[in-house]
Design a protein around this ligand. Structure first.
Ligand SMILES: Cc1cc2nc3c(=O)[nH]c(=O)nc-3n(C[C@H](O)[C@H](O)[C@H](O)COP(=O)(O)OP(=O)(O)OC[C@H]3O[C@@H](n4cnc5c(N)ncnc54)[C@H](O)[C@@H]3O)c2cc1C
Length: 464
């Protein structure tokens, strides 16, 4: 082994013929994991210090805690409280290697993944690539609204919101001021409900202090849901309570309604309503994302990969899928398991054991999901909970939600920061992170002329 100028031993960083990304030399079976979300990172934890070489690829150098993205978006938390660097996570794990790269293609016939930085050979491949926002083919909505799937989206929402509130203070045009201070959130699942609740709290406690020139009523929040209830995956009790809590916070919930078009200023709905809003946040759907190369005949609803009960992708011998991207379709789970953190974590743990058993020629059991319950918060001090047969809401549910989320965040420092921020905000109702650090620019909207003509229609049809 020869020492190089950089101090590395050349033998430590050897590339096989099929690899163009430098990796430590190893005779151990190689497991390549694409994606360090809840599923991928749990799998990494399960395989640490084991007789396998693990290569973790992610297009970001950090893990993100998606359930609290809405708190970054509404200035309650700083981004570094809910993201955690992979390299810090794997510190001291000698058999785990992280490479910052986006995997672009899977060449299953040669057991190779192609990334934007080079190629790597695998013995076992695990897809843990999660989902991306689904705009259901509505290009105008996609172009003009913001999704909430990662930390950049959250920061975009925060900047859009703060900039629009500042712009509203400048403008003398009443319609434009309305548009700048109105918010439409599309999708009444947990992400939409939590975002609507947090915005309503912002409107109630922050707006009157920061913008004393406006009444709090200037900021209208609409939550649009296509079905007849909020939190459709939870109990009826949770849906009804959520509707009541949001109503008390002043959120206007539009059920059995959907957004059909948006030009950046005017939101059109299925029932021909027109809402003026320069802030549209889309949480109405997700679709699976994964590199090309997987046979499309194995895709199921929501662009998920159909796997067998052992999480092996149909049609492949050594390719597995876990988390949001995976769908075990059986009579018991015709739509696959719920796309939530618990599923991803349980599948990551399960697959870690399975891969080790496969390598050691031991029998493997099929994956069994254990539903630990669902929680969703609605503003501060209120939440709904479905835990087994217990369905409840209110302050106790909110306390439970806070503890569960705090304990789930990666890293002691992050837990401390989030806990501290929450404690301060609990007593002061303050959100201290209202800084416009970068200039967020939304794509251009329709021409001034068409805007003027639409305002006439708006006077007749607006829901405000
Ligand atoms: C706003 C929001 C709120 C939520 N709230 C809750 C909640 O309260 N409770 C709950 O249980 N669940 C919640 N969820 C769902 C939960 O976050 C997901 O179920 C979970 O993150 C899925 O984990 P995963 O590992 O499958 O995917 P993800 O966590 O999405 O991770 C996928 C990873 O893959 C990486 N990646 C993707 N493609 C590539 C590629 N080609 N190359 C390299 N890297 C790639 C990504 O960078 C990412 O790190 C929420 C989700 C959102 C968006």
């Amino acid at each position: 082994m020869k020492d190089t100028k950089s101090g590395l031993k050349t033998g430590d960083l050897a590339c096989k013929i099929s690899d163009t990304i430098c990796l430590p030399d190893s005779k151990l079976p190689r497991v390549v994991i694409i994606g360090g979300g809840f599923a991928g990172l749990t799998l990494v934890e399960k395989l640490k210090h084991k007789e396998v070489q693990v290569i973790l690829f992610d297009k970001n150098n950090f893990h993100q805690f998606q359930p609290l993205l809405y708190q970054v978006a509404t200035s309650a938390l700083e981004p570094d409280s809910i993201v955690f660097p992979f390299r810090k996570q794997i510190n001291g794990y000698k058999n785990i290697v992280f490479r910052l790269a986006e995997v672009e293609e899977i060449q299953a016939s040669s057991n190779t993944v192609v990334t934007n930085k080079g190629k790597v050979h695998y013995d076992y491949l695990v897809l843990a690539t999660g989902t991306t926002t689904n705009f259901f083919g509505m290009d105008a909505v996609e172009q003009n609204s913001l999704g909430m799937k990662d930390i950049r989206d959250s920061l975009n929402i925060r900047h859009m919101m703060l900039q629009n509130l500042e712009q509203a203070a400048i403008t003398c045009d009443d319609d434009e001021r309305d548009a700048l201070t109105n918010f439409v959130i599309v999708g009444g699942g947990p992400a939409g409900v939590e975002m609507a609740g947090a915005l309503a709290e912002f409107c109630k406690y922050i707006l009157p202090k920061d913008y004393p020139e406006y009444p709090a009523s200037i900021m209208n929040i609409y939550l649009v849901e296509a079905s007849g209830e909020l939190l459709g995956a939870m109990s009826d009790k949770a849906s009804v309570k959520t509707l009541k809590y949001l109503g008390n916070l002043g959120v206007e919930v539009l059920l059995n309604e959907s957004v059909t078009d948006y030009d950046g200023r005017e939101v059109r709905t299925k029932s021909d309503k027109l809402i003026l809003a320069r802030n549209l946040i889309w949480t109405a759907g997700v679709k699976g994302q994964f590199p090309k190369g997987i046979d499309e005949k194995y895709l199921v609803r929501g662009n998920r990969l159909k796997t067998d009960s052992y999480l092996k992708v149909e049609g492949y011998e050594n390719i597995f899928a876990i988390g949001d991207i995976a769908a075990i379709i059986t009579e018991e789970t015709p739509k696959g398991h719920p796309q939530v953190a618990q599923t991803a974590i349980q599948q990551g743990k399960y697959l870690g054991n399975s891969i080790l058993n496969i390598i050691n020629n031991k029998p493997i059991k099929y994956f069994k999901y254990k539903d630990k319950g669902s929680l969703a918060t609605v503003g501060k001090r209120k939440a709904v909970a479905d835990i087994g047969t217990f369905k409840f809401g209110g302050y106790f549910a909110w306390l439970l939600w806070s503890i569960v989320h705090l304990m789930s965040i990666s890293g002691f420092r992050n837990r401390l920061m989030v806990g501290f921020n929450w404690a301060v905000s609990y007593f002061t109702y303050e959100k201290s992170n209202r800084l416009i650090i970068r200039n967020f620019k939304k794509p251009a909207t329709t021409s001034e002329e068409s805007k003027k003509s639409n305002i006439k229609t708006l006077e007749k049809n607006t829901v405000q």
